[in-house]
Design a protein around this ligand. Structure first.
Ligand code: GMT
Length: 380
């Protein structure tokens, strides 16, 4: 198939899923066209089946807010026509599904009337935060209803979309996935760990875009409690609006030397694979891709239990779940686990098994292929 993919290229889990999906599909022989305003950050590999088309948003003194969604729609239509795309897959509803809808209409109105069915994948805050803002809700609902196919990344997100948006479409649940061959406890992990924890300290990790929903100061609070009980290091991977709050908190607590802010990183699997535990105390996660990537690397997740997270983590078996803001409980789980090597090893194995048995790309990517086929059949 010839598949167009649009996502946010620089920020967040939806862009990661979109990029990894494009790469996996390219390896399976599909022709992939990324259409976005910048090259997706995880698109580091050159592959003959992968093409990238930049959307140029022209500036004009009248435009306080340059109309990216219109430039995107134009580029989607252009690329679809030039490369005879079969289907367009947009990740994150706002504004991508609206642009796809416009592109589909532009092509249908042409003399030869090319068809451009599009699939919208709902990821999280496009529904739970942004989409529920009154100024976005009607158009988000409309573009979801107009999509030729809709997927959500967890049952939680599917139910919430149906309930709060009152849309009538079928929404297929296709979970986030991880490449289990790449994300694993590789042979070099022990040596790399020494760079961060040279004296045998425990290693905790957090990976996010440091937005308020991630509650990064809770990460520091939890680590502070752990640090009082044992030598430990915290790796903070990523960057975003709340990073400096977290840095200041670490300074105030006197643990700044043990909290390593690594910023945005590539080769995420290599960083995750050195850790014992990942902390994900988010306000809400529709799924929790960062936890899945860590679990595949035998890193045990300690997370909040809201949203779609319980579909990934079984409390007490492949990780621990606590209420939002309950930093004492999450610290208690971490301390108990890190003090008990045999339980840590058992849960690390259970985490990997969970990732392998349900969420490997080899299991999930064919579900997308099948969904494209059904969508194409329905819209022919
Ligand atoms: O919060 C983020 O990391 C970004 C956000 C997004 O939509 O880009 O992530 C959402 O999508 C991820 C991939 O599908 C999910 O794993 C995350 O749980 C989800 N984030 C939230 O629901 C807050």
């Amino acid at each position: 198939m010839k598949i167009g993919i649009t996502c946010y290229p620089t920020y967040g889990g939806s862009g990661v899923v979109a990029t990894e999906l494009g790469l996996e599909l390219a390896h399976r022989g599909h022709e992939i066209h990324f259409i976005s305003y910048a090259q997706p950050i995880r698109l580091t590999e050159l592959h003959p089946n992968i093409h990238y088309h930049e959307v140029d948003v022209s500036r004009y003194p009248l435009f306080d807010f340059p109309p990216y969604d219109l430039a995107l729609a134009t580029r989607m239509a252009e690329v679809s026509e030039l490369y005879a795309l079969d289907i367009l897959h947009v990740h994150y509803a706002i504004p991508h599904s609206v642009s796809a809808l416009l592109a589909r209409q532009m092509l249908a109105a042409k003399p030869r009337g090319q068809r451009l069915p599009f699939v919208t994948t709902l990821h999280g805050t496009d529904i739970t935060l942004v989409g529920l803002d009154r100024s976005y809700l009607p158009i988000t609902r409309f573009s979801i209803e107009q999509s030729n196919g809709v997927t959500a990344i967890s049952n939680y997100l599917r139910e919430r979309t149906l309930r709060e948006f009152d849309v009538k479409n079928h929404i297929e649940v296709i979970y986030n996935f991880v490449n289990c061959d790449l994300y694993c406890r590789d042979a070099g992990a022990a040596e790399r760990r020494l760079e961060y924890a040279p004296n045998g300290e425990r290693v905790l990790v957090h990976l996010s875009n440091f937005r308020p929903v991630k509650r990064v100061t809770d990460v520091v609070e939890i680590f502070d409690r752990v640090r009082k009980k044992m030598p430990a290091k915290l790796l903070m991977i990523g960057d975003g609006p709340d990073r400096s709050r977290a840095e200041w908190l670490a300074v105030q607590k006197g643990i700044h030397d043990d909290v390593l802010f690594l910023g945005k990183q590539d080769k995420i699997s290599e960083k995750l694979a050195v850790a014992d535990v990942i902390l994900m105390p988010s306000e809400l996660e529709s799924f929790g891709l960062a936890a899945l990537e860590a679990m595949a690397c035998k890193v045990v997740p300690i997370a909040t239990r809201g949203g779609g997270v319980p579909e990934l983590i079984e409390h007490g078996i492949s990780g621990y779940l606590a209420d939002v803001g309950d930093v004492d409980a999450m610290a208690g789980y971490a301390i108990g686990l890190l003090n008990d090597e045999s339980r840590l090893q058992t849960m690390a194995k259970a985490s990997r098994t969970m990732a392998q048995s349900k969420f490997c790309s080899s299991k999930i990517v064919p579900q997308y292929e099948e969904f494209y086929r059904r969508t194409l059949e329905r819209s022919s």
